[in-house]
Design a protein around this ligand. Structure first.
Ligand code: CMP
Length: 139
């Protein structure tokens, strides 16, 4: 079924000018960019986005990092988009990621791992609404 998922090109990747190379991997996999913007999150915004990780030891570091440089937030659409996006990203830890995935090629560490993608349909709905209004989604 056609799905939408929320993708973020993270600070380590925007800083190294990798946005185009990363988006090309999603497009080559059949995902379509139906909304896109470059923004610089405040720590408050990053903290709210990652609220589910509040109790984790890396939360403070994660929030500071996500607010450290601009990010590119996008809605990707396609058949089975949520799983497909996660396959193209590869495992959270680049050391565990399969060859050819974004994280294997570009990620620096578990934290500075170049991309975020929604992990479920419920997360995708919440995360898309967090960044975009319906008017900004152009299928
Ligand atoms: P993401 O998919 O954006 O969702 C939560 C993020 O927390 C995850 O990607 C990682 O970048 C980050 N993360 C997970 N584990 C660690 C860790 N051990 N240290 C630092 N950051 C982490």
């Amino acid at each position: 079924a056609t799905e939408r998922t929320l993708s973020i090109v993270k600070p380590d990747a925007t800083k190294r000018n990798l946005t185009g190379k990363i988006v090309a991997k999603f497009e080559d996999a059949g995902l379509r960019v139906v909304a896109s913007k470059r923004i610089h999150l405040t720590e408050a915004q990053a903290g709210e986005f990652y609220a589910e990780h509040k109790e984790r030891g890396f939360y403070g570091e994660l929030v500071a990092y996500m607010a450290s440089e601009p990010v590119v937030v996008q809605v990707l659409e396609g058949d089975g988009a949520i799983l497909k996006n996660r396959e193209v990203m590869g495992a959270t830890d680049p050391a565990q990621a399969d060859a050819g995935t974004i994280r294997k090629e570009f990620a620096l560490s578990k934290g500075e791992n170049s991309v975020h993608g929604s992990d479920s349909a419920a997360s995708a709905a919440r995360e898309i609404a967090f960044f975009f209004s319906g008017l900004e989604l152009v299928g």
